[in-house]
Design a protein around this ligand. Sequence first.
Ligand code: HEC
Ligand code: HEC
Ligand code: HEC
Ligand code: HEC
Ligand code: HEC
Length: 484
Amino acid sequence: MKKKVIASLLFSLTICVIVAVMYKEARMNIDDEPKFSLAEEQSKDFGLSNVKTISGNPVDPHLLTESEDCAKCHQNSFDEWKVSAHARSAANDPIYESHEETFAVKEIGQDGITFCAGCHTPEALVTGSVGKTKWTSSKYEQAGTSCIMCHAISDVFPDERQGIPADASYVFSPELVHEYPFANTNEAIESFLIRSAPKRHASDFSSKLYKEAEYCSSCHTQAAPNGKIEQDTYREWLNSSYADPNSSEFSTCIDCHMAPVPGERDKEVAGRTTDGGKYKKKVLDHRFVGGNQALPYLYGDQEMFKLTEKMLKSAAEIEIVDAKQENGKFDFKVKVTNKGAGHNLPTGATDLRQLWIDVEAVDENGKILFASGKLDEKMEVDPNAVMFHSKFYDEKGNLIDHHQVWRIARREDHLIPPKQSKYGEYSFTLPKNVKKITINAKLRYRVSPQYFANVTLREFGDPGTDRTLPITDMAVTKKVIQLD
Ligand code: HEC
Ligand code: HEC
Ligand code: HEC
Ligand code: HEC
Ligand code: HEC
């Protein structure tokens, strides 16, 4: 008897709550969102980062729903995100974390770190646990680019000097996300309400902006506080045919990096992105597969590692051309084409990334006549290798070799723009009586020189473990030339 009464009481209560929510939903539509003016906003405690919030102050930490909480209804998106570089952009990216501690904190101090935080540890910045005046160790430093960080961005705005979104120029507004009743008191009822009336929830976490490359630009264009550009992925894309809406190849960052089958941007896969939710013709992948195979390698995520290698392999083509014998010399070129990346190859942290041609010429007896781009015993690349990357220099003209991006005064780029090719040119003295030459060439990729990994990965995992960085052969070719 008692049970029945409680059950019917609970039932009526639930009905009342649903009616209340529906009523509130009907009244509060998107147009009723609190108004605010970007111009009036001032980043008060966000130091060198461009991040803005509605109040201009750090946000109330209880508004930062944890990614694990979203997983309760979006398990697939969560599982994908968990192995992504976004989930590991923060203190849990050993490369970032130890670089920040070893170099950044010492050279640019607390205020300088706010600059990094807008992109790498955004939750720590927006909650004020890392600010120009304080630094409290918290779970927010581990949260990475979380679900809420991306899905509660209400706007992006141009950086003053760059004229495009850069250096974390986004407006983070979790206050605009409608809180369902019982959000902080009874999770079961709150979940029930979201599931029964998800429209408001779905629209609060969606935006037309999220389909645009500018949105990604806010964290994928990086310029030093002196205005010198460090990462230029968005502009590289903007200047390419991929950004032309009239081109059959038009693809945004999302088309390529959230493709349901990584590396195959035209494939569509149907499925559900909400447990028990609508069946959609095309779902998106939150792994954001890019080029960084070191992170999944270090974390032991084999599938993510394989997908990253596949993505890398989809980007490039290699060919041996113009091989000829002349006046006792043998000349040839290796042509490298950026066939699949919607920006330069490589892009992003191009001062760290290494993309180089490993090539050798052997005679009919297997004797090596010429080689370039080999690794030495310390796993460093031959200094004469043809390498596609950037070199940053400081004011005194010294090479910046440990990603101390804040010192940049000048840069030299050797990168391959989308759809374009660059050549490695080689020549060697031909020994007498050689009848046949086989040239083997490959395009290799790793995230940084080994010396950088030796510093940054010293304390990751079991100390003393071999931390040789993985190398991916993005494209391989061979040519046999009969000599007369
Ligand atoms: C209690 C369950 C629940 C939780 C927790 C939840 N969602 Fe949802 N979400 C839903 C439902 C239900 C929909 C509507 C899905 C549909 O229409 O198929 C939805 C839709 C969405 C959409 C729109 C996508 C689409 O398919 O239309 C986004 C984006 C989203 N949620 C993000 C989030 C984020 C981010 C979090 C964590 C901050 C979160 N959700 C937490 C249940 C939930
Ligand atoms: C780097 C930013 C970013 C992060 C981090 C992120 N999302 Fe998304 N999410 C997006 C974008 C962009 C879209 C596509 C939006 C569109 O097309 O309208 C999207 C789409 C979705 C959708 C709809 C998916 C579909 O296939 O249509 C859901 C659900 C969702 N996100 C939930 C989550 C959850 C849960 C998390 C955390 C586990 C998360 N997102 C983390 C940027 C992000
Ligand atoms: C709040 C900042 C932020 C936003 C917004 C953001 N990203 Fe990122 N993203 C990062 C950071 C930081 C990393 C690098 C993490 C690391 O390696 O430590 C990253 C990594 C990536 C990678 C992996 C790179 C690799 O080397 O494998 C891809 C791909 C990517 N982002 C694409 C996108 C796209 C597409 C969007 C827009 C839908 C987007 N990101 C929005 C901060 C952001
Ligand atoms: C036509 C498909 C395509 C488009 C469009 C595209 N990308 Fe990529 N992206 C790739 C491929 C393939 C790779 C792997 C090769 C590489 O590392 O460059 C990649 C790599 C990356 C990396 C890792 C670079 C590295 O080597 O460390 C980042 C970061 C990235 N993309 C961000 C973006 C952003 C942001 C946009 C939009 C402005 C974008 N991408 C647009 C295909 C694309
Ligand atoms: C505008 C956003 C932004 C800012 C500001 C920024 N970064 Fe990054 N950082 C990124 C992105 C995006 C990547 C990944 C690019 C790629 O994959 O090539 C990255 C990559 C890195 C990497 C290599 C990580 C890896 O896993 O290989 C290190 C180290 C790093 N950043 C350190 C820093 C430090 C230290 C600061 C502050 C002085 C900083 N970054 C400021 C966006 C940013």
